[in-house]
Design a protein around this ligand. Sequence first.
Ligand SMILES: NC(=O)c1ccc[n+]([C@@H]2O[C@H](COP(=O)([O-])OP(=O)(O)OC[C@H]3O[C@@H](n4cnc5c(N)ncnc54)[C@H](OP(=O)(O)O)[C@@H]3O)[C@@H](O)[C@H]2O)c1
Length: 277
Amino acid sequence: MTKRATPVDLGGRTVLVTGASPGSLGAATAAAFAAWGADVVVTSRSGATGQRLELTDAAAVRAFAAWFAAKHERLDVLVNNAGIHLDLRSTWKQPQLTADGFEIHWRTNYLGTMQLTHLLLPTLLATPGARVVNVVSKLHVRGRNEFLFAPLTPYHSWDAYGLSKLALVHATNELARRHDVGAYAVHPGSVYTHIADRGLEGHRLLTTLRRVAAPLERRALLSPADGAQTTLHCATADDLPSGYYRDCMPTRQSSEADDAAVAARLWDDTAGWVGTL
Ligand SMILES: NC(=O)c1ccc[n+]([C@@H]2O[C@H](COP(=O)([O-])OP(=O)(O)OC[C@H]3O[C@@H](n4cnc5c(N)ncnc54)[C@H](OP(=O)(O)O)[C@@H]3O)[C@@H](O)[C@H]2O)c1
């Protein structure tokens, strides 16, 4: 049975949830926040749902952050939920690169998310009790600290996904150390969303099989509403220590994520990169 967050009155609070397309964890998370009375801003890549935000486009992230800051004086909860896990069949021999030359999981899940977080930090810090929830994955255990600062070799797309999530766990820990903000890294569980559709893009047979097996898969996995519970808990539970959570409980992060010196170096490198954009 899924542990559930306790509903709270979020009247007067502003929440931003990235990656809230229909059927996603973000959509379910945002729906719960709205039901609890929050003023909720959501994003999707296409802009079909909420505001348009493309995390791999630095100018687009800047434009979105400027729009947000102009319209909102406070940000009580930033939920960095948008993310990808491509190449689920691990067929890539080489990384797929974004237009600006980064590995695509790193660019989307980590760098874009961190650019947004850095740009919104002044609004977060101006909001008493503000929190940041980073939706990571238990697969962050596949990440190795050495590859945070050097090319991932040999390349494996699942390791790249894990590395991007390890970086976000480090960023969560470092955010809590450096600033007066509650910071949480959340594994949502295995959830029936569109993440696997995108991960199997281009594989017609598997995509068709998956469509046929959808009712079974839906029963085996958590619903987005259930998968959203730990994020909701971390965003709202009273006096909750910052850290890594799963099933609405604090949980052991990977031993790589325990290295505070690595987290500090990564934070400084990332802030330097954001400063060049
Ligand atoms: N589902 C799981 O079992 C599971 C397990 C562990 C962790 N997670 C994490 O949970 C988060 C949510 O995933 P999900 O399962 O809900 O997947 P999803 O249904 O595919 O939703 C992903 C969301 O991220 C947005 N997005 C993707 N690339 C983006 C980009 N470059 N810029 C801005 N937005 C982008 C998508 O927008 P568009 O639809 O407009 O492209 C969509 O709204 C991800 O961070 C994922 O890594 C999921």
